[in-house]
Design a protein around this ligand. Sequence first.
Ligand SMILES: C[S@@+](CC[C@H](N)C(=O)[O-])C[C@H]1O[C@@H](n2cnc3c(N)ncnc32)[C@H](O)[C@@H]1O
Length: 248
Amino acid sequence: MTATWDTIADWYAELLRTGSPLNDFNRDALLAHLPDRLHGLRVLDLGCGEGLITRALAARGATALGIDPTARLIDHARTTATPGPGSAVYTVDDGCVLGTVADRSVDWVTAGLSLNHVPDLDAALTAARRVLKPGGRLVLSLPHPCFEAPHASWTQSADGAVRRVVGAYLAEGFRRSDDPGAVRRAGYRHRTLSTCLTALLRSGFAPEAVDEPAPPAPVVARSPRRAGLPPFLLIRARAPHDPPGSAG
Ligand SMILES: C[S@@+](CC[C@H](N)C(=O)[O-])C[C@H]1O[C@@H](n2cnc3c(N)ncnc32)[C@H](O)[C@@H]1O
């Protein structure tokens, strides 16, 4: 059976519940780009999965809205307790459309490891811009496009050090891992760094911060060869003050 997000949803939810240092690191690296206090702010978590990031937003006081097209993951998210003082509501929706979210209704959009799954990056960024209030911010994280490209692998050099082999960096498009233990068995979209940045700029977002954090000790302890390479690329970008489609 071909794996999809629906068929791996239970496995993914269990993976995160039992503690995934890499996903926890991604959540924390992404949240480092938001204010500590989100009281009174509405935050859309695009591609929320089972709610790992959405819950952390609620814990900072946000009125958090988690959307994801994978109904089974939304079911999991709804069964988890929401830490106060904020709140979390979960809805099945497509990040390329955001049909359940009103125009100019949220202060922040987070997209943690989800835009590399949307089929149309331009559509997702346009939707994010539409729902953001003027001047609102998007914080996204992606598996690092340079180091997590298709066919990226590891090799041991003569000095014994394990080094990353880049892989097919320029081969953009949909891929599926044949590793039965990999998240990527459900498929993912590889896009180059320039494709991602150009799409962001084309959608009118102004990048404010670009981040390639080093993996922390728990990630390296689980996977020592990850030391010295950033597994994720993070970008914080500001939406313009003018509405989509207006001149300038
Ligand atoms: C690696 S998971 C990340 C989930 C969550 N943000 C986290 O950090 O655990 C990727 C998520 O992207 C979602 N996804 C796939 N297609 C999407 C789309 N068109 N719009 C929004 N999310 C999508 C999947 O259902 C999945 O929940």
